[in-house]
Design a protein around this ligand. Structure first.
Ligand code: COA
Ligand code: NAP
Length: 268
């Protein structure tokens, strides 16, 4: 089975797929022959992303919806289902993050990140469930090292992504009988992404980050998309409930200290 034929004609839906790591995943599936839907808030971003996928020869659709709005998510999924049929691969990767000490984080700041990362993932998965191919669908959540590494100034992301990991395991239990596998990828620091621009905003912080990675380099988009293709392929047909770090070994060292990267908003 070659990479370009393995997902031919499959329907891949990527929530949060208009940029960064998730767009990299969408591009890899498009390259492998899938029909791809990218969904995120910005109409401009989803249109541009879908155009880029079509330019690579894929059938692609961009749909604007906020994962915090279940009605909008459901409408997006219905539109995708009408266009491409049952969903073979569902990726849930919409997220928001910033560096903030807990004592200075407003209730709404905490809630916003939990609503996007954790509650949004629940909405995407639960509302997609009736439209997933059964048996055979693969669900992939995008987690983060914060799910397992207590990380200062990241209480919101740590709490949200820990919930995503547990949701991955619980739904693997619940949906296994229907032949739906549920896994997650926990990327390490991936170069040239919005996440890293926020968490390591200076050259010094980036250098410190690389120094903590046993493989001594930043991750690339392909490092993540290759794992996404593998976990969704028949070769991983006996893998479910797994949260797979793709991080150059960095999670072995625990959470990065982000205090030196923190800029109070009043000073920004
Ligand atoms: N530090 C502390 N609090 C912050 C903050 C920061 N840097 N940025 C936002 N907040 C707070 C806001 O003050 C607000 O709380 P308040 O009402 O008590 O003032 C709350 O978070 C919501 O902010 P808002 O800007 O209204 O949210 P939004 O829904 O428009 O945007 C974010 C969501 C804040 C997560 C925004 O950064 C975003 O859209 N991120 C997506 C891209 C991203 O983060 N990529 C990396 C993924 S890892
Ligand atoms: P990114 O480019 O900002 O990706 C986030 C995506 O989610 C964007 O497409 C964004 O598009 C969308 N999104 C945000 N809020 C949304 C909402 N409320 N509803 C719908 N879509 C929303 O950042 P990234 O760094 O590539 O991160 C992608 C994923 O990888 C995230 O889950 C992140 O936690 C995880 N991760 C990243 C790293 C890293 O090194 N970058 C490390 C570990 C984990 P819109 O703005 O159009 O909504």
């Amino acid at each position: 089975m070659t990479e370009s034929s393995s997902f031919a004609g499959r329907h891949v839906f990527v929530a949060g797929g208009s940029s960064g790591i998730n767009l990299g995943i969408a591009q890899a599936f498009a390259h492998a022959g899938a029909h791809v839907v990218v969904m995120s808030r910005s109409r401009d971003k989803v249109c541009q992303a879908a155009e880029g996928l079509r330019a690579r020869g894929a059938q692609a659709l961009g749909i604007s919806a906020d994962v915090r709005d279940p009605a909008a998510v459901e409408a997006a999924l219905r539109q995708a289902h009408a266009q491409f049929g049952e969903i073979d691969v569902l990726v849930s990767g919409a997220a928001g993050n910033f560096i903030a000490p807990a004592a200075e984080l407003s209730p709404n700041g905490f809630k916003t990140v939990v609503d996007i990362d954790l509650n949004g993932t629940f909405h995407v998965l639960r509302l997609a469930y009736p439209m997933l191919r059964k048996p055979g669908a693969s669900v992939l959540n995008i987690s983060a090292p914060q799910a397992v590494n207590p990380t200062m100034y990241q209480v919101h992301a740590c709490a949200a992504k820990a919930g995503v990991d547990m949701m991955t395991r619980v739904l693997a239990l619940e949906w296994g009988e229907a032949g739906v596998r549920v896994n997650a990828i926990a990327p390490g620091p991936i170069g040239d992404t919005e996440g890293m621009r926020r968490l390591a905003p200076t050259a010094e912080a980036l250098a410190q980050t690389v120094a903590t990675v046993p493989l001594q380099r930043m991750g690339k988009l392909e490092d993540i998309s290759h794992m996404a293709l593998f976990l969704s392929s028949p070769q991983a047909g006996y893998v479910t409930g797994a949260v797979v770090p793709v991080d150059g070994g960095s999670s072995l060292r625990g959470g990065r200290d982000m205090r030196s990267s923190y800029v109070p908003r009043s000073a920004a």
